[in-house]
Design a protein around this ligand. Sequence first.
Ligand code: C5P
Length: 232
Amino acid sequence: MNNSRIIISLDYANVEPVLELVGQLDPQKCRVKVGKELFTRAGPALIEKLVSKNFDVFLDLKFHDIPNTVARACSAAADLGVWMLNVHASGGRAMLHSAREAIDKSSHQPWLIAVTVLTSLSAQDLNELGIASSVDEQVGRLARLTQANGLDGIVCSAQEVSFVRRQMGSDFKLVTPGIRPAGSAGDDQKRIMTPAEAITSGSDYLVIGRPITQAKEPMQALLDIEAEIEAV
Ligand code: C5P
């Protein structure tokens, strides 16, 4: 069984480097994330290929549309055999409810999580969108709406993990990007946490890209991070 808390972000523009990387990874010791760029270029065929290689796939397409459209997109993702997928919590109650129903009706039932406030948005950006709350208040509000509609968890920044964990209890899955092993390059990430810090703060799954994908030996980088997590 796969107990890994590490989700490797496959931020590539085409299939070849993805297959080269996953060929070096043990699917029982990690999971993988496919986002908008790779999915738009490589499509469902790549997802099916990864699933056939026994990888747990997080399809990170952040669906946000009218309830019927999101429900149908969620069913389509479930049919691909993905392990987890996500929607935008700001799509509202009816949309979240429809997404939940669609997954419940699917023969394969991936975990369904939501994005609350994009970490690229500041309080000023929210204000411009007509939201007077602070970023943390809005994250909390959307996390509660997500949970009330039966979704399994949210994506949240490492900085948000501890207060979200306190508010949401232990069953709610928290998936956290912005992770950098001690001593590695921050790249363009501004507020980072180490894997150990994020797990200690209450994160369930860590989304990690370049520290593994750009490593000389990706599998070794993965094992090193795993060991760091196990030590806490
Ligand atoms: O290479 P790196 O570890 O920075 O990759 C992190 C991944 O998580 C990227 O796919 C990035 O788009 C995604 N992500 C993030 N911060 C967020 C949301 C998603 O880094 N707040």
